[in-house]
Design a protein around this ligand. Sequence first.
Ligand SMILES: Cc1ncc(COP(=O)(O)O)c(C=O)c1O
Length: 369
Amino acid sequence: MNQFIPLAKPNILEKDIALVIDVLRSGMLVQGKYVDELEKSFVHNTGASYASALSNGTATLHLALIALGIKAGDEVIVPAFSYIATANVVELVGAKPVFVDIDLATFNIDVTKIEAVISSKTKAIIPVHEFGLACDIEAVMVIAKKHNLFVIEDSACALGALYKNKHVGSFGNFGSFSLHPRKAISCGEGGMLITNNLDLDKKIKILRNHGTEIIDGKMDFTEFGFNYRMTDFQAALVVSQLDRLQNSINYKNELADIYFSEIKSDKIQLPFVPNYTSHTWQTFHVVLDESVNRDEIIIKLKENNIGANYGAQCMPYMKSFKEKYKYNCETLFPNALKAYKQGLALPIYDLVNKEQINYISKTIKNLIP
Ligand SMILES: Cc1ncc(COP(=O)(O)O)c(C=O)c1O
């Protein structure tokens, strides 16, 4: 294979670009008609009642915590394995992230371990639908209801993912999505926040816009808000990508089937899909046996023109959290640590073809017999 196969590449078509040009020519660059259209499409696609377009996925999680009143002294439960933003936002509102290990088969929070860490300070759970696979959100909701906790579903990677035929993000108080280039659809930087609660939705729309509210026809500032708005040309870039989402998920399932049939090794743990959901394959993530040097494999794949990388972080193992809380990750979060140290994300997206997936599989077979 002469051509380098990157780990990810967004599928931007000329018709998507044409809509961006439309915005640039209109002069209405921020919060215009495409933001409005994108929000309506998210409501339609996810089945949630309301949607807000924001500047990125991290901003959606941050505002969700603020809107729910999470503050210093509170604790928020998060899986130990995710992109670092999931835990950073808890720190950013002054609260403490309380980590729970993951199930190594699904890479999602181990729901059997949540109740043990609930204290009188616990206010919310942020379950993550990691790599495009729904977590056991029904079990999370049962625990949240029993202990009167808020739920913010971090669905950054899981647009299009269903749990028992209901879209992820629509179970909790909020569902958060990212539109970063590694995600199912992308406008560079962007985020969407869905909710079924009108008051929460109003609060988000006020907070994303400097605290602006119209009262009796007059503009006033009623909260200490942020500028977390999405530009209209970003929204324009993703509205038509959303129409192609299901086709893209179907295609990625065909690619995953090739990996499943071609990669067979005692030293490689393939992804597992529980029967309550189907996978949307934001990432095809495998775990290598501890006898295999994962970082060396990444380098060797690159030498063979294949982009691969680790999948996500064991967050309490990162310097910022390790220095603050001094967790013993080896004993507290062994699965998250193994997924971080031995996990390998492989290419799976619209612009990679089946021949390339076969080539990647064959190369891996040669490298890890
Ligand atoms: C699970 C998870 N949460 C949050 C984020 C943050 O999203 P963004 O990069 O759009 O801020 C990401 C992005 O990679 C993610 O994977």
